[in-house]
Design a protein around this ligand. Structure first.
Ligand code: XMP
Length: 535
């Protein structure tokens, strides 16, 4: 299959470039800047990402451009553009003031294939401290903004283009058009990467990989493991056994509802209610790390005990997705590999690992789920932490506290699903690009608050009590904190600006209906410096 290679120089938006290329139905791989796959004939183009470094920093990441320049088309973005210039006799200097934010392409070469379909004054997003003050002698300037002369340039000798702005971010209004011009028109992508083609090829590959072996898969109720299960089920049917452990700290009725969904999807699933064990082992424990450790340990124990019963299993399948595996560079140049979100494998079973979603971004996992005919409420579920409500109850955990939190959370989440908002412009484009199914009508889409945000949850502040009054009675009970955040990857997050009338309604309903709660707060902290979960 054809692919675009994205060389990662450590920019925060590298993964976003990858997602944009995939949205053009083109496969791409993100690799560290110094790991261009030489000799791979399926590579049809290269994109050089941005970087936190200046090209003049002694520790800046540098690449030998001769590996690909002149052979396949190249697009440099931000640092990528500056590096191509710097490495070919151009000049890069500190900008008088940091060029950050919106700008407009006041002049551009409309005949250049990179700008096909561009309108005058197209808005682009700049974010750089250095700027190109001279381009290589065999290059020509193809776009300028009011402050940036070489906003874009191209080689006259080789298929090389460079832009100092970021076409991958939403604020670059025609950014997708620019990437399409590069990927499809210039590199010649056949646009054969789609959810349908992914399902067909992956099912065939899984059949070949696994054959008649038995496979075990741990289900969590989340999108990734559920889509992985349905995909495997399509490939190998009853040879797949899924295990779904209830640790007692799932959302209200979640175990029952999700088991029902799984059964409707035809999955061979064993539900294990291990809540008593978890509650017993957590009794009296208040330290957040201690709670996590106990839950992690118990989970592995329960899962393994169940897995051992499947005698001739050869494979353990996981819903690992691409962002879990991308070797991302941090500013010190060290390669960091995110760990997989699974405890220990039962070693004595000698299971091999099967990860059918390992090339997909989250939004692609959702598209594949739709392609497989999975119900929308399963596909659009918010992320939920492995330790569940245990990390949303401050202090020790009891079944009664879990019951209170489940009831409050259920009112909040149902409310978010029911409340519809109209969105237009950049907000609408952001939501649509995340794969939320909504029809654009008169430039507007209507979506639920739930679908508009990354994640929401309720926290029981059970170490706190405050006074209230209900009827003529004095109450002395716990507050809950509502949390809702917008994010693209959970690495950074902002608190969602929920409508006041929604908050008023939910607060009223929680205090009136949930015994044990007499106060509702809203968490207005962003990440960093806070985290999404409270513990
Ligand atoms: P934080 O709290 O670190 O959360 O900002 C980032 C994202 O990770 C989720 N999360 C977890 N997911 N096991 C998981 O599977 C965990 O132990 C865990 N802790 C946090 C959290 O819900 C958010 O989406």
């Amino acid at each position: 299959m054809q692919k675009i290679i994205i060389l990662d120089f450590g920019s925060q938006t590298t993964q976003l470039i990858g997602r944009r290329v995939r949205e053009l139905d083109t496969f791409c791989e993100i690799v560290p800047y110094n790991k261009f796959p030489q000799g791979d004939d399926s590579v049809i183009g290269v994109i050089l990402s941005g970087s936190p470094y200046s090209v003049h920093d002694p520790e800046a990441f540098k690449v030998d451009l001769s590996q690909f320049v002149g052979r396949i088309p190249v697009l440099g973005i931000c640092y990528g553009a500056q590096f191509i210039s710097y490495a070919n006799g151009g000049k890069v200097e500190k900008a008088d003031s940091r060029e950050y934010g919106r700008a407009n392409l006041q002049e551009f070469d409309a005949r250049n294939p990179l700008f096909e379909g561009f309108v005058p004054n197209s808005q682009v997003w700049m974010s750089h401290g250095d700027t190109i003050t001279a381009i290589p002698s065999d290059c020509k300037c193809i776009a300028s903004t009011a402050n940036v002369k070489y906003a874009a340039y191209a080689s006259t000798k080789n298929p090389v283009w460079a832009v100092q702005f970021h076409p991958e971010v939403f604020h670059s209004v025609q950014g997708t058009q620019l990437l399409r011009n590069f990927v499809v028109n210039i590199c010649g992508s056949k646009q054969d990467w789609s959810a349908a083609s992914f399902v067909d090829t992956t099912v065939a590959e899984l059949k070949a990989q696994v054959g008649n072996d038995r496979v075990i898969l741990g289900l969590s109720g989340g999108v990734d493991s559920s889509v992985a299960a349905v995909l495997l089920n399509r490939a190998i049917g009853k040879n797949l056994t899924c295990i779904f452990v209830d640790h007692g700290m799932l959302r209200k009725n979640e175990f029952r509802d999700v088991m029902h969904d799984y059964e409707c999807l035809g999955l061979n699933v064993i539900g294990v209610d291990a809540s008593e064990k978890f509650f017993a082992d957590l009794a009296g424990v208040t330290d957040p790390e201690q709670k996590r450790k106990i839950i992690g340990r118990d989970f592995v124990e329960v899962f393994n005990a169940e897995a051992q019963k499947i005698k001739d299993a050869k494979w353990l399948a996981q819903g690992t997705i691409y962002p879990d595996r991308i070797e991302s560079l941090n500013i010190t140049g060290k390669v960091i590999k995110s760990h997989h979100n699974v405890g220990g494998l039962p070693k004595e079973m000698h299971l091999s690992l099967c990860e059918p979603l390992k090339w997909l971004f989250k939004d692609e996992v959702r598209r594949v789920g739709r392609q497989l005919g999975m119900p929308e409420h399963l596909i659009t579920r918010h992320p939920f932490p492995g330790p569940g409500l245990a990390v949303r109850i401050l202090g020790d955990i009891t079944p009664e506290k879990v019951r209170i939190l489940q009831d409050a959370d259920d009112i909040y989440i149902r409310g978010l699903r029911e409340y519809k908002v109209k969105l237009s412009g950049e907000e609408a484009r952001r939501v649509l690009a995340a794969g939320v199914p909504a029809d654009m009508k008169d430039g507007e889409i209507e979506v639920s608050l739930y679908d508009q945000i990354w994640q929401a949850g309720t926290v029981l502040l059970s170490t706190v009590r405050s006074v209230g009054v209900m009827g003529d009675e004095r109450t002395y009970e716990h507050p809950v904190a509502l949390r809702a955040v917008t994010s693209t990857d959970a690495m950074t997050a902002d608190w969602a600006h929920l409508p006041y009338d929604f908050m008023a309604k939910v607060s009223n309903e929680i205090i009136n209906k949930v015994r044990g709660v007499n106060r509702v707060c809203y968490d207005i902290s962003s990440k960093p410096p806070s985290t999404i979960e409270w513990e």
